[in-house]
Every structure is written in C-alpha cells, then in structure tokens.
Design a protein. Structure first.
Length: 120
C-alpha cells in the first residue's frame, strides 16, 4: 500500500511528459496596465478592473505569455477561467493577448476587436 499520498508518481521513459501547473486569474501586471493606458489610450478605471492569465514563455524565467480578459463578462457568460488554456475554447472573451518581460518591463500586446469598455 502506498502511504505517501503527498508524493506524485512520475512515469519514466520516452512517454513521460512533465505537467506544468498554470497559475489562475489575477490582476494585470503593472507594466501591462501602464502600456494599455499610456500607449493604447484606454480608460485607466476600466484597465485596472481587468484580469489576466499567464504562462511561462520559455525564453527565461521573467518572460510570460499573457491574455487579458474581463472577469465580470466571463461571469455573465458562466465561463470559469482557471488558467491560460481555459480561454482556448472561448477566444471571444480575450481582450488583449501578447507577452511581457518582468525584468526588462517590455510589453507586446495586441488588441482583439472586443477590446472596448462595456457601457455601464
């Protein structure tokens, strides 16, 4: 009987795939928010109410792919956003997509056609 339930079994060999757990939704990072407000001219109140999901880009520990979305709109549509891959099935919820580097503060974001503030 295996009593070490807190340890995960790993498969060895050529078929072994390392599973990376992606972080859940959170507030948009400061450099991304600043880019949206200053460079893209979006309303700051709207921008800072948005959420994002990220995944490591693989080019270093400080570079991340990012998807920005409106959590209230996702809730209205009864969509649960758990991580970056959750939005693959609902690309209409993605407002901005791109990447950013935490260390250099470089941001490359492209807007989707739905990237406008909702009327109150």
């Amino acid at each position: 009987m295996n009593w070490k339930f807190w340890q995960k079994k790993t498969e060895s060999g050529a078929d072994a795939v390392k599973v990376v757990k992606l972080p859940g939704p959170r507030r948009i990072p400061e450099p991304v928010g600043r880019h949206l407000v200053v460079k893209l001219g979006q309303d700051p109140d709207w921008v800072w109410s948005l959420e994002c999901v990220v995944r490591s880009r693989g080019e270093g520990k400080s570079t991340f792919d990012i998807r920005v979305f409106d959590l209230s709109r996702a809730d209205e549509d009864d969509v649960v956003v758990k991580n970056y891959n959750s939005l693959d099935s609902r690309p209409d919820l993605i407002l901005y997509e791109g990447w950013y580097d935490k260390k250099t503060m470089k941001v490359e974001i492209t807007a989707r056609e739905t990237a406008t503030p909702r009327a109150a």
